[in-house]
Design a protein around this ligand. Structure first.
Ligand SMILES: [Zn+2]
Length: 61
């Protein structure tokens, strides 16, 4: 398991289609929305920021 750095839910790497390569490290996301949000502002999430958007398909609005 890996942690989605945007919404902080645990995701299964093997079933995830949304991965983002950032500075040589691969991050996994529960949904496209989380992956895209991370790509827009990776430093924010790596520093501990949590998304306030409700696009997350897993956590719901
Ligand atoms: Zn997510």
């Amino acid at each position: 398991m890996a942690m989605d750095p945007v919404c902080r839910m645990m995701v299964d790497e093997e079933s995830m289609e949304w991965t983002v390569d950032h500075k040589g490290k691969v991050y996994h996301f529960c949904s496209r929305g989380c992956g895209e949000e991370f790509q827009e502002n990776p430093e924010f999430f790596l520093a501990g920021g949590i998304s306030r958007n409700s696009h997350c398909s897993c956590c719901g609005p």
